[in-house]
Design a protein. Structure first.
Ligand code: SDX
Length: 431
Protein backbone atom coordinates (compact mmCIF):
# COMPACT_ATOMS: atom_id res chain seq x y z
CA UNK A 1 0.00 0.00 0.00
CA UNK A 2 2.76 2.48 0.90
CA UNK A 3 5.01 3.29 -2.05
CA UNK A 4 7.92 5.25 -0.52
CA UNK A 5 8.75 6.72 -3.95
CA UNK A 6 5.45 8.55 -3.96
CA UNK A 7 4.90 11.50 -1.64
CA UNK A 8 2.79 14.64 -1.52
CA UNK A 9 4.57 17.80 -0.38
CA UNK A 10 2.76 20.32 1.78
CA UNK A 11 4.39 23.69 2.32
CA UNK A 12 3.29 25.83 5.30
CA UNK A 13 4.98 29.16 6.10
CA UNK A 14 7.98 28.19 3.98
CA UNK A 15 8.45 24.76 5.59
CA UNK A 16 7.79 21.70 3.41
CA UNK A 17 6.42 18.40 4.70
CA UNK A 18 6.56 15.20 2.62
CA UNK A 19 3.48 13.08 3.20
CA UNK A 20 3.41 9.44 1.99
CA UNK A 21 1.04 8.69 -0.91
CA UNK A 22 -0.75 5.36 -0.40
CA UNK A 23 -1.60 3.36 -3.54
CA UNK A 24 -4.97 1.55 -3.58
CA UNK A 25 -5.77 -1.49 -5.75
CA UNK A 26 -8.54 0.71 -7.23
CA UNK A 27 -9.67 4.30 -6.76
CA UNK A 28 -7.79 7.54 -5.97
CA UNK A 29 -4.41 7.71 -4.26
CA UNK A 30 -4.56 8.55 -0.55
CA UNK A 31 -2.36 11.07 1.25
CA UNK A 32 -1.31 9.63 4.60
CA UNK A 33 -1.72 12.53 7.08
CA UNK A 34 -1.42 10.43 10.27
CA UNK A 35 1.78 12.24 11.28
CA UNK A 36 0.78 15.69 9.98
CA UNK A 37 -0.25 17.21 13.33
CA UNK A 38 2.89 15.88 15.06
CA UNK A 39 5.12 17.21 12.26
CA UNK A 40 3.41 20.48 11.26
CA UNK A 41 1.06 21.27 14.16
CA UNK A 42 -1.94 21.61 11.85
CA UNK A 43 -5.26 19.72 11.40
CA UNK A 44 -7.07 19.05 8.12
CA UNK A 45 -10.71 20.18 7.84
CA UNK A 46 -13.37 17.97 6.20
CA UNK A 47 -16.70 18.07 8.16
CA UNK A 48 -18.70 15.79 5.80
CA UNK A 49 -15.69 13.59 5.08
CA UNK A 50 -16.05 14.42 1.36
CA UNK A 51 -12.30 13.93 0.79
CA UNK A 52 -11.33 11.71 3.71
CA UNK A 53 -10.52 8.00 3.83
CA UNK A 54 -11.34 6.88 7.38
CA UNK A 55 -9.84 3.40 7.05
CA UNK A 56 -8.51 0.85 4.62
CA UNK A 57 -10.82 -1.98 3.57
CA UNK A 58 -11.01 -4.92 1.15
CA UNK A 59 -14.78 -5.45 1.32
CA UNK A 60 -16.56 -3.04 -1.05
CA UNK A 61 -15.37 -0.73 -3.79
CA UNK A 62 -17.44 2.05 -5.38
CA UNK A 63 -16.47 4.01 -8.48
CA UNK A 64 -18.91 6.94 -8.40
CA UNK A 65 -17.94 8.18 -11.86
CA UNK A 66 -18.46 4.79 -13.54
CA UNK A 67 -21.44 3.78 -11.40
CA UNK A 68 -19.57 0.66 -10.29
CA UNK A 69 -20.17 -1.27 -7.05
CA UNK A 70 -18.03 -4.33 -6.25
CA UNK A 71 -18.29 -6.65 -3.27
CA UNK A 72 -14.92 -8.42 -2.87
CA UNK A 73 -14.47 -7.63 -6.59
CA UNK A 74 -17.79 -9.04 -7.79
CA UNK A 75 -20.09 -6.48 -9.54
CA UNK A 76 -23.43 -5.90 -7.81
CA UNK A 77 -25.48 -6.60 -10.96
CA UNK A 78 -23.89 -10.07 -11.30
CA UNK A 79 -24.49 -10.85 -7.62
CA UNK A 80 -28.11 -9.64 -7.87
CA UNK A 81 -28.69 -11.84 -10.91
CA UNK A 82 -26.71 -14.98 -10.04
CA UNK A 83 -26.25 -15.11 -6.26
CA UNK A 84 -28.53 -15.05 -3.21
CA UNK A 85 -28.34 -13.06 0.00
CA UNK A 86 -26.76 -15.63 2.32
CA UNK A 87 -24.09 -16.36 -0.29
CA UNK A 88 -23.38 -12.60 -0.47
CA UNK A 89 -23.23 -12.58 3.35
CA UNK A 90 -20.58 -15.30 3.23
CA UNK A 91 -18.66 -13.34 0.57
CA UNK A 92 -18.68 -10.14 2.63
CA UNK A 93 -17.71 -11.96 5.85
CA UNK A 94 -15.06 -14.34 4.46
CA UNK A 95 -13.46 -12.64 1.39
CA UNK A 96 -14.47 -15.24 -1.23
CA UNK A 97 -17.51 -17.00 -2.67
CA UNK A 98 -18.10 -20.23 -0.71
CA UNK A 99 -17.79 -23.76 -2.06
CA UNK A 100 -21.03 -25.73 -2.03
CA UNK A 101 -20.01 -27.38 1.26
CA UNK A 102 -19.04 -24.06 2.86
CA UNK A 103 -22.33 -22.49 1.75
CA UNK A 104 -24.38 -25.39 3.11
CA UNK A 105 -22.62 -25.20 6.49
CA UNK A 106 -23.00 -21.41 6.66
CA UNK A 107 -26.69 -21.50 5.79
CA UNK A 108 -27.27 -24.23 8.38
CA UNK A 109 -25.55 -22.10 11.02
CA UNK A 110 -27.55 -18.97 10.19
CA UNK A 111 -30.80 -20.95 10.07
CA UNK A 112 -30.21 -22.26 13.57
CA UNK A 113 -29.60 -18.84 15.07
CA UNK A 114 -32.83 -17.20 13.87
CA UNK A 115 -34.77 -17.43 17.15
CA UNK A 116 -34.27 -14.75 19.80
CA UNK A 117 -34.18 -15.35 23.57
CA UNK A 118 -37.82 -15.89 24.62
CA UNK A 119 -37.51 -13.31 27.38
CA UNK A 120 -36.72 -10.63 24.75
CA UNK A 121 -40.34 -10.81 23.64
CA UNK A 122 -41.12 -8.70 26.70
CA UNK A 123 -39.03 -5.83 25.30
CA UNK A 124 -41.46 -5.29 22.46
CA UNK A 125 -44.36 -5.02 24.89
CA UNK A 126 -42.72 -2.01 26.54
CA UNK A 127 -43.16 0.05 23.36
CA UNK A 128 -46.33 1.82 22.28
CA UNK A 129 -48.04 -0.04 19.43
CA UNK A 130 -47.60 3.02 17.20
CA UNK A 131 -43.83 3.23 17.83
CA UNK A 132 -41.89 3.37 14.57
CA UNK A 133 -40.39 -0.12 13.99
CA UNK A 134 -36.95 1.51 13.72
CA UNK A 135 -37.32 2.74 17.33
CA UNK A 136 -38.13 -0.82 18.38
CA UNK A 137 -35.18 -2.23 16.43
CA UNK A 138 -32.70 0.21 17.94
CA UNK A 139 -33.92 -0.75 21.41
CA UNK A 140 -34.15 -4.51 20.96
CA UNK A 141 -30.83 -4.88 19.11
CA UNK A 142 -29.06 -2.84 21.80
CA UNK A 143 -30.71 -5.06 24.41
CA UNK A 144 -29.11 -8.14 22.82
CA UNK A 145 -26.01 -7.09 24.80
CA UNK A 146 -27.97 -8.10 27.91
CA UNK A 147 -28.75 -11.59 26.62
CA UNK A 148 -25.84 -12.86 24.57
CA UNK A 149 -22.91 -12.43 26.95
CA UNK A 150 -21.12 -15.40 25.36
CA UNK A 151 -20.49 -13.36 22.19
CA UNK A 152 -19.55 -9.94 23.48
CA UNK A 153 -15.83 -10.52 24.14
CA UNK A 154 -14.52 -8.76 21.03
CA UNK A 155 -10.94 -9.92 21.71
CA UNK A 156 -12.01 -13.52 21.00
CA UNK A 157 -12.23 -14.23 17.23
CA UNK A 158 -14.65 -17.12 17.83
CA UNK A 159 -17.00 -14.86 19.85
CA UNK A 160 -16.76 -12.24 17.09
CA UNK A 161 -17.82 -14.89 14.57
CA UNK A 162 -20.73 -16.08 16.73
CA UNK A 163 -21.90 -12.48 17.20
CA UNK A 164 -21.70 -11.97 13.41
CA UNK A 165 -23.82 -15.07 12.77
CA UNK A 166 -26.31 -14.10 15.47
CA UNK A 167 -26.78 -10.60 14.04
CA UNK A 168 -27.34 -11.83 10.48
CA UNK A 169 -29.69 -14.57 11.66
CA UNK A 170 -31.76 -12.61 14.17
CA UNK A 171 -32.33 -9.31 12.40
CA UNK A 172 -35.17 -10.63 10.21
CA UNK A 173 -36.83 -12.10 13.31
CA UNK A 174 -36.52 -8.80 15.19
CA UNK A 175 -37.72 -6.74 12.20
CA UNK A 176 -40.71 -9.04 11.67
CA UNK A 177 -41.55 -8.94 15.40
CA UNK A 178 -41.39 -5.12 15.32
CA UNK A 179 -43.85 -5.19 12.41
CA UNK A 180 -46.20 -7.72 14.01
CA UNK A 181 -46.19 -5.75 17.26
CA UNK A 182 -47.04 -2.51 15.42
CA UNK A 183 -50.14 -4.10 13.84
CA UNK A 184 -51.27 -5.97 16.95
CA UNK A 185 -50.74 -9.44 15.54
CA UNK A 186 -49.00 -12.31 17.35
CA UNK A 187 -45.32 -12.95 16.72
CA UNK A 188 -44.59 -15.71 14.20
CA UNK A 189 -41.57 -17.89 14.96
CA UNK A 190 -38.90 -18.50 12.31
CA UNK A 191 -39.03 -21.81 10.42
CA UNK A 192 -35.93 -23.82 9.60
CA UNK A 193 -37.47 -25.31 6.48
CA UNK A 194 -37.65 -21.89 4.75
CA UNK A 195 -34.85 -19.96 3.06
CA UNK A 196 -33.80 -16.61 4.52
CA UNK A 197 -36.08 -14.34 2.46
CA UNK A 198 -39.07 -16.71 2.59
CA UNK A 199 -38.65 -16.99 6.36
CA UNK A 200 -38.80 -13.22 6.72
CA UNK A 201 -41.93 -12.95 4.58
CA UNK A 202 -43.52 -15.79 6.56
CA UNK A 203 -42.72 -14.12 9.90
CA UNK A 204 -44.23 -10.86 8.60
CA UNK A 205 -47.35 -12.06 6.80
CA UNK A 206 -48.33 -15.45 8.31
CA UNK A 207 -51.07 -15.58 10.96
CA UNK A 208 -51.95 -18.49 13.28
CA UNK A 209 -55.47 -18.61 11.88
CA UNK A 210 -54.55 -19.92 8.45
CA UNK A 211 -51.83 -21.45 6.28
CA UNK A 212 -49.49 -18.94 4.60
CA UNK A 213 -47.66 -20.00 1.44
CA UNK A 214 -44.70 -17.80 0.46
CA UNK A 215 -45.00 -16.55 -3.14
CA UNK A 216 -41.68 -17.44 -4.86
CA UNK A 217 -41.87 -14.21 -6.89
CA UNK A 218 -41.96 -12.18 -3.68
CA UNK A 219 -39.28 -14.29 -2.05
CA UNK A 220 -36.90 -13.78 -4.99
CA UNK A 221 -37.65 -10.04 -5.04
CA UNK A 222 -37.09 -9.85 -1.26
CA UNK A 223 -33.77 -11.67 -1.53
CA UNK A 224 -32.65 -9.31 -4.31
CA UNK A 225 -33.56 -6.26 -2.20
CA UNK A 226 -31.49 -7.73 0.64
CA UNK A 227 -28.51 -8.15 -1.74
CA UNK A 228 -28.77 -4.61 -3.12
CA UNK A 229 -28.61 -3.11 0.38
CA UNK A 230 -25.99 -5.44 1.90
CA UNK A 231 -22.96 -3.15 2.06
CA UNK A 232 -21.80 0.15 0.67
CA UNK A 233 -18.25 1.10 1.73
CA UNK A 234 -17.93 3.76 4.45
CA UNK A 235 -21.45 5.27 4.37
CA UNK A 236 -22.76 7.16 7.41
CA UNK A 237 -24.18 4.18 9.29
CA UNK A 238 -21.18 1.95 8.61
CA UNK A 239 -18.86 4.73 9.76
CA UNK A 240 -21.02 4.97 12.91
CA UNK A 241 -20.57 1.25 13.56
CA UNK A 242 -16.81 1.54 13.03
CA UNK A 243 -16.53 4.53 15.35
CA UNK A 244 -18.60 2.84 18.06
CA UNK A 245 -16.54 -0.33 17.69
CA UNK A 246 -13.26 1.60 17.96
CA UNK A 247 -13.96 2.23 21.67
CA UNK A 248 -14.33 -1.53 22.24
CA UNK A 249 -18.14 -1.45 22.53
CA UNK A 250 -19.84 -4.84 22.13
CA UNK A 251 -21.16 -5.80 18.66
CA UNK A 252 -24.85 -5.46 19.52
CA UNK A 253 -24.36 -1.91 20.84
CA UNK A 254 -22.40 -1.03 17.68
CA UNK A 255 -25.10 -2.40 15.36
CA UNK A 256 -27.78 -0.53 17.37
CA UNK A 257 -25.78 2.66 16.72
CA UNK A 258 -25.71 1.84 13.01
CA UNK A 259 -29.50 1.33 12.98
CA UNK A 260 -29.99 4.69 14.66
CA UNK A 261 -27.85 6.47 12.06
CA UNK A 262 -29.47 4.68 9.11
CA UNK A 263 -32.91 5.93 10.24
CA UNK A 264 -32.25 9.48 9.03
CA UNK A 265 -34.11 10.59 5.81
CA UNK A 266 -30.80 11.63 4.22
CA UNK A 267 -29.65 8.00 4.54
CA UNK A 268 -31.70 4.82 4.96
CA UNK A 269 -34.87 6.70 5.86
CA UNK A 270 -35.00 7.98 2.26
CA UNK A 271 -36.89 4.90 1.00
CA UNK A 272 -39.85 5.71 3.25
CA UNK A 273 -39.58 9.44 2.49
CA UNK A 274 -39.36 8.74 -1.25
CA UNK A 275 -42.58 6.70 -1.43
CA UNK A 276 -44.36 9.33 0.68
CA UNK A 277 -43.07 11.98 -1.74
CA UNK A 278 -44.25 10.00 -4.81
CA UNK A 279 -47.70 9.67 -3.22
CA UNK A 280 -47.75 13.40 -2.38
CA UNK A 281 -46.97 14.15 -6.04
CA UNK A 282 -49.85 11.81 -6.87
CA UNK A 283 -49.99 12.29 -10.63
CA UNK A 284 -47.57 13.01 -13.47
CA UNK A 285 -49.06 16.45 -14.10
CA UNK A 286 -47.82 17.62 -10.67
CA UNK A 287 -44.21 16.56 -11.32
CA UNK A 288 -43.04 19.96 -12.67
CA UNK A 289 -44.21 21.64 -9.45
CA UNK A 290 -42.05 19.32 -7.33
CA UNK A 291 -39.05 19.56 -9.63
CA UNK A 292 -39.27 23.35 -9.34
CA UNK A 293 -39.35 23.05 -5.54
CA UNK A 294 -36.31 20.73 -5.56
CA UNK A 295 -34.41 23.35 -7.57
CA UNK A 296 -35.52 26.28 -5.39
CA UNK A 297 -32.66 27.25 -3.04
CA UNK A 298 -35.17 28.78 -0.64
CA UNK A 299 -37.19 25.58 -0.44
CA UNK A 300 -35.70 22.84 1.79
CA UNK A 301 -37.55 20.22 -0.27
CA UNK A 302 -35.33 17.67 -1.99
CA UNK A 303 -36.27 14.85 -4.35
CA UNK A 304 -36.03 11.87 -2.01
CA UNK A 305 -34.31 8.89 -3.59
CA UNK A 306 -32.24 11.23 -5.72
CA UNK A 307 -28.57 12.18 -5.40
CA UNK A 308 -25.63 10.49 -3.79
CA UNK A 309 -22.37 11.57 -2.19
CA UNK A 310 -20.36 9.09 -4.26
CA UNK A 311 -22.35 8.16 -7.39
CA UNK A 312 -22.13 10.97 -9.92
CA UNK A 313 -23.22 8.96 -12.93
CA UNK A 314 -25.82 6.46 -11.79
CA UNK A 315 -26.38 4.14 -8.80
CA UNK A 316 -26.03 0.60 -10.20
CA UNK A 317 -28.38 -0.64 -7.50
CA UNK A 318 -31.11 1.70 -8.73
CA UNK A 319 -30.85 0.19 -12.22
CA UNK A 320 -31.35 -3.34 -10.87
CA UNK A 321 -34.10 -2.14 -8.53
CA UNK A 322 -35.95 -0.47 -11.44
CA UNK A 323 -35.84 -3.71 -13.45
CA UNK A 324 -37.05 -5.60 -10.40
CA UNK A 325 -39.90 -3.13 -9.87
CA UNK A 326 -41.08 -3.67 -13.45
CA UNK A 327 -40.78 -7.46 -13.08
CA UNK A 328 -42.45 -7.80 -9.68
CA UNK A 329 -45.35 -5.45 -10.38
CA UNK A 330 -45.94 -7.09 -13.75
CA UNK A 331 -45.93 -10.57 -12.19
CA UNK A 332 -48.26 -9.32 -9.46
CA UNK A 333 -50.54 -7.87 -12.12
CA UNK A 334 -50.17 -4.26 -10.93
CA UNK A 335 -47.94 -3.03 -13.77
CA UNK A 336 -50.18 0.04 -14.08
CA UNK A 337 -49.31 1.08 -10.54
CA UNK A 338 -49.80 4.89 -10.56
CA UNK A 339 -46.93 5.43 -8.12
CA UNK A 340 -44.57 3.53 -10.44
CA UNK A 341 -45.76 5.65 -13.37
CA UNK A 342 -45.08 8.83 -11.37
CA UNK A 343 -41.63 7.54 -10.38
CA UNK A 344 -40.64 6.70 -13.97
CA UNK A 345 -41.90 10.05 -15.31
CA UNK A 346 -40.25 11.94 -12.45
CA UNK A 347 -36.94 10.20 -13.20
CA UNK A 348 -37.29 11.05 -16.89
CA UNK A 349 -38.14 14.74 -16.33
CA UNK A 350 -35.46 15.20 -13.65
CA UNK A 351 -32.74 13.62 -15.78
CA UNK A 352 -33.79 15.88 -18.69
CA UNK A 353 -33.44 18.94 -16.44
CA UNK A 354 -30.07 20.80 -16.54
CA UNK A 355 -30.16 21.37 -12.73
CA UNK A 356 -29.97 17.65 -11.98
CA UNK A 357 -27.51 17.00 -14.80
CA UNK A 358 -25.17 19.78 -13.61
CA UNK A 359 -25.30 18.60 -10.00
CA UNK A 360 -24.99 14.97 -11.14
CA UNK A 361 -28.15 13.89 -9.34
CA UNK A 362 -29.54 10.46 -10.29
CA UNK A 363 -31.95 7.98 -8.71
CA UNK A 364 -30.26 6.13 -5.87
CA UNK A 365 -31.01 2.78 -4.25
CA UNK A 366 -33.98 4.27 -2.38
CA UNK A 367 -35.87 5.59 -5.41
CA UNK A 368 -37.57 2.37 -6.56
CA UNK A 369 -37.24 0.10 -3.55
CA UNK A 370 -40.32 1.47 -1.78
CA UNK A 371 -42.52 0.76 -4.80
CA UNK A 372 -41.56 -2.91 -4.68
CA UNK A 373 -41.89 -3.15 -0.91
CA UNK A 374 -45.34 -1.58 -0.96
CA UNK A 375 -46.42 -3.96 -3.74
CA UNK A 376 -45.21 -6.82 -1.53
CA UNK A 377 -47.56 -5.66 1.23
CA UNK A 378 -45.21 -3.73 3.54
CA UNK A 379 -46.27 -0.40 5.09
CA UNK A 380 -43.82 2.51 4.53
CA UNK A 381 -42.76 2.26 8.18
CA UNK A 382 -41.15 -1.11 7.40
CA UNK A 383 -38.99 0.15 4.51
CA UNK A 384 -36.07 1.36 6.62
CA UNK A 385 -36.16 -1.65 8.98
CA UNK A 386 -35.77 -3.81 5.84
CA UNK A 387 -32.81 -1.65 4.80
CA UNK A 388 -31.33 -2.12 8.31
CA UNK A 389 -31.91 -5.89 8.16
CA UNK A 390 -30.14 -6.05 4.79
CA UNK A 391 -27.23 -3.80 5.82
CA UNK A 392 -26.49 -5.74 9.03
CA UNK A 393 -24.09 -8.01 7.15
CA UNK A 394 -22.23 -4.96 5.83
CA UNK A 395 -22.01 -3.38 9.25
CA UNK A 396 -20.85 -6.59 10.90
CA UNK A 397 -18.33 -7.39 8.13
CA UNK A 398 -16.78 -3.94 8.43
CA UNK A 399 -16.87 -4.27 12.26
CA UNK A 400 -15.07 -7.63 12.00
CA UNK A 401 -12.52 -6.22 9.53
CA UNK A 402 -11.71 -3.29 11.81
CA UNK A 403 -11.26 -5.52 14.88
CA UNK A 404 -9.04 -7.90 12.92
CA UNK A 405 -6.57 -5.05 12.35
CA UNK A 406 -4.20 -5.10 15.37
CA UNK A 407 -3.22 -1.49 14.55
CA UNK A 408 -6.79 -0.15 14.84
CA UNK A 409 -7.18 2.75 17.29
CA UNK A 410 -10.07 4.59 18.91
CA UNK A 411 -11.55 7.12 16.49
CA UNK A 412 -11.13 10.62 17.90
CA UNK A 413 -11.47 13.49 15.36
CA UNK A 414 -10.31 17.03 16.22
CA UNK A 415 -12.00 20.33 15.28
CA UNK A 416 -11.65 23.84 13.90
CA UNK A 417 -12.37 25.77 17.12
CA UNK A 418 -14.20 29.09 16.60
CA UNK A 419 -15.38 29.69 20.15
CA UNK A 420 -14.22 32.06 22.92
CA UNK A 421 -10.62 32.01 24.09
CA UNK A 422 -9.93 31.76 27.87
CA UNK A 423 -11.80 34.37 29.98
CA UNK A 424 -12.39 34.92 33.74
CA UNK A 425 -15.59 33.75 35.45
CA UNK A 426 -17.99 36.61 36.32
CA UNK A 427 -20.21 36.30 39.42
CA UNK A 428 -23.92 36.51 38.69
CA UNK A 429 -24.34 39.82 40.54
CA UNK A 430 -21.68 41.37 38.27
CA UNK A 431 -23.13 40.24 34.92
C1 SDX B 1 -28.30 6.26 0.98
O1 SDX B 1 -23.46 6.91 1.50
C2 SDX B 1 -24.07 5.89 1.05
O2 SDX B 1 -23.47 5.03 0.46
C3 SDX B 1 -25.54 5.83 1.38
C4 SDX B 1 -26.33 4.70 0.74
C5 SDX B 1 -25.90 3.36 1.27
O3 SDX B 1 -26.16 2.35 0.60
O4 SDX B 1 -25.42 3.31 2.46
O5 SDX B 1 -26.14 4.71 -0.67
C6 SDX B 1 -27.82 4.85 1.05
O6 SDX B 1 -28.29 6.94 1.98
C7 SDX B 1 -28.72 6.83 -0.36
C8 SDX B 1 -29.09 8.34 -0.27
C9 SDX B 1 -30.53 8.45 0.25
N1 SDX B 1 -30.88 9.84 0.49
C10 SDX B 1 -31.74 10.51 -0.28
O7 SDX B 1 -32.22 10.06 -1.31
C11 SDX B 1 -32.10 11.89 0.25
C12 SDX B 1 -32.06 12.92 -0.89
N2 SDX B 1 -30.68 13.10 -1.34
C13 SDX B 1 -29.86 13.97 -0.57
O8 SDX B 1 -30.25 14.68 0.48
C14 SDX B 1 -28.40 14.05 -1.00
O9 SDX B 1 -28.32 13.86 -2.35
C15 SDX B 1 -27.48 13.09 -0.29
C16 SDX B 1 -27.60 13.22 1.19
C17 SDX B 1 -27.79 11.70 -0.68
C18 SDX B 1 -26.03 13.42 -0.70
O10 SDX B 1 -25.75 14.66 -0.18
P1 SDX B 1 -24.30 15.32 -0.44
O11 SDX B 1 -23.37 14.42 -1.12
O12 SDX B 1 -23.84 15.92 0.85
O13 SDX B 1 -24.67 16.40 -1.49
P2 SDX B 1 -25.13 17.86 -1.12
O14 SDX B 1 -26.19 17.81 -0.06
O15 SDX B 1 -23.92 18.68 -0.85
O16 SDX B 1 -25.83 18.30 -2.48
C19 SDX B 1 -25.03 18.77 -3.58
C20 SDX B 1 -25.96 19.75 -4.30
C21 SDX B 1 -26.63 20.75 -3.37
O17 SDX B 1 -26.87 21.91 -4.12
P3 SDX B 1 -25.82 23.17 -3.94
O18 SDX B 1 -25.80 23.48 -2.44
O19 SDX B 1 -24.50 22.67 -4.45
O20 SDX B 1 -26.45 24.28 -4.77
O21 SDX B 1 -27.03 18.99 -4.92
C22 SDX B 1 -28.28 19.40 -4.34
C23 SDX B 1 -27.98 20.13 -3.05
O22 SDX B 1 -28.96 21.11 -2.78
N3 SDX B 1 -29.02 18.18 -4.09
C24 SDX B 1 -30.31 18.00 -4.35
C25 SDX B 1 -30.58 16.68 -3.98
N4 SDX B 1 -29.48 16.11 -3.49
C26 SDX B 1 -28.51 17.04 -3.56
N5 SDX B 1 -31.24 18.82 -4.88
C27 SDX B 1 -32.48 18.29 -5.01
N6 SDX B 1 -32.85 17.03 -4.67
C28 SDX B 1 -31.91 16.20 -4.16
N7 SDX B 1 -32.24 14.94 -3.82
Amino acid sequence: MTDSSKTATLTIDGTSYDLPLLSPTAGPNVIDIRKLYAQAGVFTYDPGYTSTASCDSTITYIDGAKGELLHRGYPIDQLAEKSHYLEVCYLLLYDNLPTAAELEAFEATITRHTMIHEQMHNFFRGFRRDAHPMATMVGVVGAMSAFYHDSTDISDPRQREIASHRMIAKMPTIAAMAYKYSIGQPFVYPRNDLDYASNFLHMCFAVPAEQYEVDPILSRAMDRIFILHADHEQNASTSTVRLASSSGANPFACIAAGIACLWGPAHGGANQACLEMLKEIGSVDRIPEFIARAKDKDDPFRLMGFGHRVYKNFDPRAKVMKQSADEVLDLLGIENNPVLQVAKELEKQALDDPYFAEKKLFPNVDFYSGIILEAMGFPTSMFTPIFALSRTVGWISQWKEQLSDPAHKIGRPRQLYLGETARKYVDVEDR
